[in-house]
Design a protein around this ligand. Structure first.
Ligand code: FAD
Length: 491
């Protein structure tokens, strides 16, 4: 950080005067900040939210609106699915691992039915209807979808149930989620200071007691009598931090509102906060899941490397971290035609050929690469089997001429935004501040830093390495609520 924009904490004794005072000061008004504000005000605390943009929303408002919820929610039951917290927990531990946060995942799974109810009580709509085929976001307003729970190896580890709860919306649901949460916050006494960028924490006797922030060129000091809650999002937009911590994400598109600058994380690090899983990223790979699952995904030498029916973010991680995103979706005409037009996002094959020999030559793969892979795949698919990667028989069919290939590195454009992703993927960071299940930010000794709380993508939440859609809005709102309660209750 440059000296003109220092991040080191300021001693309270050096503050000439505090311009504002409140019980709980929340920095960042996305889903985690809104949830923290709602619970802190409900607990009787005076709350001020600082937001650097001109209004609440953050990346949460741009998101698909998928929330990972289960254990037998009203929506699951209305769609005819039984589910348990134990099965949800077992799935998440496997899918978000290795070394997903056991305590957070366990608590989140056990409280998921209640959390769904809390969201509904705060106006967030979910429709009780299932969208059953693989996609990023359903093109309909269906409220429930599979997130790979019924794929190998997860279906063997936990009884599968669809747990992707999508906020009812035309298109991406994040805007509705944030509209409802900000409306709920507006109905409380919480004050929102927009265009206000928090730059550093204020400390007193080892306790965080406030924040320095800038608004329209002026600097203000905020005192927080009970606690400061950092809900500032991740660091995917900070090129320097990405290069330092997550170099494999450098040069890729960023899935954010453009403001994930990591400031909240470094402000907390400057008072001794520990971080973890900083190299992990969600990899929104540039492909249409419905095309991939009906065909296959291969690396630059034409080899499959994963069952194509897992959550596509897990395919993205495997493709990026193991194959540098040099991957192609191989399919045939029938597979392409079977994907409804509104799910294709305008994606068309980059290479088409009557023979696999011609296709592999066009792509530049070694001779015989695709002939071998597709030949083996077809031989087993004819028997309804995938002994190499265990893709469900639902998606197995021998591929036939004419064949096609889609070059993932060329990017795709969701109709909601209309701009093709760069480099074959759009990413955001998953790692961040170490926190307890109550949102206390921990120092390098594992002790809570008095007065400092965090939630959402500024923190390391449920995940370690893996990622399933819905776990960001899910853990952001859930642990945001808990951080709000804890900060409000602090002396
Ligand atoms: C296109 C897209 C689709 C997505 N789809 C999904 C999905 O379907 N399901 C899912 O779970 N996740 C999804 N995600 C990821 C998810 O949206 C984010 O991880 C999540 O919203 C993070 O929530 P948050 O509250 O931590 O941060 P944000 O919502 O980003 O909020 C952080 C806020 O803090 C503010 N801020 C930052 N620093 C400061 C500062 N120093 N001072 C003052 N204010 C500050 C920012 O301006 C911002 O408003 C998607 C993301 C994108 C971009």
């Amino acid at each position: 950080m440059s000296a003109r924009n220092p991040v080191a904490p300021l001693e309270a004794g050096d503050v000439e005067h505090f311009d504002h005072g409140t019980d709980v000061l929340i920095v960042g008004y996305g889903c985690a900040g809104a949830a923290a504000a709602l619970e802190a005000t409900a607990a009787g605390a005076e709350v001020v939210i600082l937001e650097k943009a001109s209004g609440g929303g953050g990346s949460s408002a741009l998101s698909g609106g998928e929330m990972y919820l289960g254990g037998g929610t009203e929506i699951q039951r209305a769609c005819g699915f039984e589910d348990t917290a134990q099965d949800m927990e077992a799935f998440l531990l496997a899918a978000l691992g290795p070394d997903a946060d056991k305590e957070k995942v366990g608590l989140y799974s056990r409280a998921s039915v209640d959390h769904h109810r809390w969201l509904v009580d705060h106006g967030v709509p979910f429709k009780p209807s299932l969208w059953s085929s693989p996609t990023w976001v359903p093109p309909t307003d269906d409220g429930l979808m599979w997130m790979g729970e019924n794929s190998y190896p997860f279906a063997e580890l936990a009884k599968p149930a669809p747990r992707g709860h999508r906020v009812t919306s035309d298109g991406f649901g994040g805007k509705v989620l944030m509209q409802k949460l900000t409306e709920a916050v507006a109905a409380t006494d919480a004050a929102v200071h927009t265009d206000t960028y928090a730059t550093r924490l204020i400390v007193e006797g080892g306790r965080v007691v406030g924040v320095v922030a800038r608004q329209y060129g002026k600097t203000y000091a905020y005192r927080a009598r009970r606690g400061v809650v950092l809900t500032t999002g991740g660091f995917a937009d900070n090129a320097e931090m990405v290069a330092q911590h997550a170099p494999q994400l450098v040069g890729l598109g960023v899935n954010s509102d453009g403001g994930d600058d990591g400031r909240g994380i470094v402000m907390a690090q400057a008072v001794g906060a520990a971080v973890k899983h900083m190299s992990a990223g969600q990899v929104g790979i540039s492909l249409i899941p419905g095309m991939m699952v009906r065909g296959m995904i291969v690396n630059s030498v034409g080899q499959r490397f994963i069952n194509e029916d897992v959550y596509p973010g897990l395919v993205g991680q495997a493709a990026l971290y193991r194959h540098g995103l040099k991957v192609w979706v191989i399919l045939d005409e029938q597979a392409y035609e079977e994907v409804p037009v509104d799910e294709r996002w305008g994606v068309q094959p980059h290479f088409v050929a009557e023979t696999l020999e011609d296709l592999e030559q066009q792509i530049g793969m070694p001779p015989g690469a695709l002939v071998t892979t597709v030949g083996e795949y077809n031989r087993h698919a004819a028997e309804g089997e995938d002994p190499y990667f265990h893709k469900s028989a639902t998606w197995l069919r021998p591929l036939q001429s004419p064949f096609a290939a889609i070059d993932v590195q060329r990017g795709i454009a969701p109709p909601e935004y209309g701009e093709a992703g760069r480099g074959g993927a759009e990413v955001f960071t998953i790692g961040g501040l170490c926190t307890t299940v109550d949102g206390h930010v921990l120092d390098l000794d594992g002790d809570p830093i008095p007065g400092l709380y965090g939630a959402g993508r500024a923190t390391s939440g449920l995940h370690s390495w893996g990622y399933i859609s819905g776990t960001s809005l899910g853990d952001g709102t859930f642990f945001g609520r808990r951080a709000g309660v804890a900060a409000a209750g602090a002396d």
